[in-house]
Design a protein around this ligand. Structure first.
Ligand code: COA
Length: 567
């Protein structure tokens, strides 16, 4: 079938749907929902059988839904309507939630129901639930709806019919006055729910050090107390604020009035205010990196917010990694975080730096140091285990390990070009030919599309896919890593690894790869072409796209090719 994904942005859910529908052998293309005219133009060009809208911020116009079947993915259970579905259920501490696929009609979220799936809720941020439970349910529900669409006997159920028994209802946009934290009254659990139900967007409006800010990335603390509402400590990137029955760490904040009006670590935004605060070591406070050991295997966890890795974070991770290589273990597993393995250099921190070019340079060098240390490790077999997605340099950093394992739902974006034609480093020019072969390396670098684990496995970006519930991923990785560490040939394998590394080094030293990559990166950062700086600015400030990139809008590039051929 020809399926047009009409979407506000190519977000994680849309990316997974795109991959899944393509795997199901549908002909899929994407159009950003910019205005009625461009949407209509896409329909005229592509002539879709079906329009699926995974993520919209406005209603589909009558002129479109009256003529075409348009299926909307709504992140709520049957009967739920309104723009703050997940926010309400997190705030109200719901046990289960769901996704409904309904047909667009004159009333928002009130069309006939084509499919719905429910899932158990988890204590997590809205963004994390969206990237995991909602996305998985959405893919299943859309696949069901597509099957129903192909079955001429199927009749979608009118919402009115379902409303008799449905638990969902119409709920308004959750305004900031509902989200507001009453520090003198709300207990820690409520403060966490209020921040989590607004994280990643829009954040909870609050006041810190006399400035109006939006709060994100909240975690419960252990054993800290103070006067409710007071900032009482700092730890790593976070500050600690007392509640009526404990305290919370707040890792990230946004000050919309500041000249850097995007999310930044709390201790960076308030660098001048936090110096004298009581400092809690990261291991007991806001912990971004931790190591655990079990049966000859060391596990390094690094759940950096949004998978972004600033210079200091890369350096801290490198130090932790070097420490791990000194332990009497045989395997090291790089676990990343639950939502992201890594998304490469930290674009927000770069944007906020005095010299973004210098900070880009420092950040890519810190990433390269880490990548190099992984590549040069001959004392251990190193595994990258992806619980969550990876993008840009994060994918190539993972490939620096001997093996890359990923959960079946992981999506990779192994490309840098969307960031203003960034050349990229992390030794990708060494790693891709080595693990993927020259042809696949070319395919990977030329594509600018997300890929699922099947394709990544075929191309050599992954070595193993771990199936099953996400909740069981860590246990499955531990079992696999333990088996690997206990294999009788592990010492042979380590010896071979050392010989291969020496051979590779003799063929072309790592320093030469790095030098060549960084020469190109220097041009991106300091050269005459400002594309990278412009793209980074647009990314960080979330500047809306005014057109769909041709890499996504296959229907537009097809027509362009047709025109070129005709000319
Ligand atoms: N630096 C800083 N923030 C980053 C980031 C990075 N490298 N990568 C992602 N983020 C942030 C996004 O701004 C977004 O922030 P929000 O919480 O305010 O919404 C959040 O992480 C999630 O990203 P989003 O783009 O919504 O996720 P996605 O799953 O839809 O897309 C990517 C994933 C990887 C395709 C996309 O995030 C991306 O292109 N990131 C930039 C990668 C890059 O170019 N890195 C630099 C070169 S190494």
């Amino acid at each position: 079938m020809r399926i047009l994904l009409l979407t506000h942005a190519f977000n994680s859910l849309t990316q997974r749907l795109f991959v899944a529908l393509q795997q199901d052998k549908h002909d899929v293309t994407i159009e950003f929902d910019i205005n009625d005219e461009t949407a209509q133009e896409a329909i005229d060009l592509f002539q879709p059988d079906l329009i699926v809208a995974p993520y919209l911020k406005r209603a589909i116009p009558d002129s479109i839904w009256l003529k075409h079947t348009c299926l909307i993915v709504h992140p709520g259970i049957v009967g739920d309507r309104g723009p703050s579905s997940l926010d309400w259920t997190i705030l109200n501490h719901g046990n289960t939630w769901g996704v409904t696929v309904l047909q667009a009609n004159a009333e928002m979220d009130a069309g006939d129901i084509w499919a719905s799936i429910e899932f158990d809720m988890r204590d997590a941020t809205k963004a994390s639930l969206y990237r995991n439970e909602v996305t998985t349910a959405a893919v299943q529900a859309v696949q069901q709806a597509v099957e129903h669409f192909q079955n001429t006997e199927f009749k979608a159920t009118p919402l009115k019919q379902k409303l008799i028994s449905a638990k969902g209802k119409l709920r308004p946009l959750m305004a900031q006055n509902v989200r507001r934290i009453n520090w003198q009254n709300d207990d820690t659990a409520m403060v966490l729910r209020k921040i989590r139900c607004a994280d990643g967007f829009p954040g909870v409006r609050d006041e810190l050090f006399g400035r109006e800010v939006f709060l994100y990335d909240a975690h419960a603390t252990k054993g800290l107390q103070g006067e409710a509402g007071e900032v009482i400590a700092r730890s790593g990137l976070a500050i600690c604020r007392a509640t009526v029955d404990g305290a919370v760490w707040i890792g990230h904040v946004k000050d919309k009035t500041h000249h850097h009006a995007f999310k930044l670590p709390a201790t960076v935004l308030f660098a001048d205010k936090v110096q004298d605060l009581f400092e809690v070591p990261e291991a007991e406070g806001y912990q971004q990196i931790w190591y655990e050991e079990d049966k000859d295997v060391g596990y390094l966890h690094f759940p950096f917010y949004n998978g972004a890795m600033a210079s200091q974070q890369c350096q801290d991770l490198l130090a932790a990694y070097q420490q791990a290589t000194k332990q009497n273990t045989k395997v090291i597993v790089l676990m990343g975080g639950a939502d992201f393995w890594s998304n490469g250099i930290h674009l927000n921190m770069i944007e906020a730096a005095k010299s973004p070019a210098d900070e880009s340079w420092a950040n890519i060098n810190a990433m390269d140091d880490l990548s190099e240390a992984i590549i040069r490790t001959t004392s251990h077999i190193v595994i990258s285990a992806m619980q969550g997605n990876a993008g840009a340099g994060g994918v190539f950093l993972a490939r620096a390990a001997d093996e890359v394992w990923a959960h079946e739902h992981v999506i990779l974006n192994p490309h840098y070009k969307d960031m203003g034609n960034l050349y990229g480093s992390e030794y990708w020019t060494y790693l891709l030919p080595k693990y993927c072969g020259e042809d696949h390396a070319k395919r990977i670098t030329q594509a600018r599309l997300p890929m699922g684990v099947g394709e990544a496995l075929d191309l050599g970006l992954l070595d193993a896919v771990i199936q099953g519930e996400k909740a069981g991923f860590i246990e499955a990785v531990k079992s696999k890593a333990t088996t690997l560490a206990q294999q009788s040939n592990i010492y042979d394998r380590l010896q071979k690894k050392e010989v291969q590394r020496d051979q590779d080094e003799a063929d072309k030293p790592l320093s030469a790869y790095r030098e060549e990559e960084l020469r190109r990166m220097k041009k991106n950062f300091y050269g005459f072409d400002p594309s990278y700086h412009v793209a980074r600015y647009n990314f960080v400030y979330k500047v809306c796209k005014s057109r769909t990139p041709l890499t996504l809008a296959a229907h537009r590039s097809m027509s362009l090719n047709g025109l070129r051929r005709a000319a």
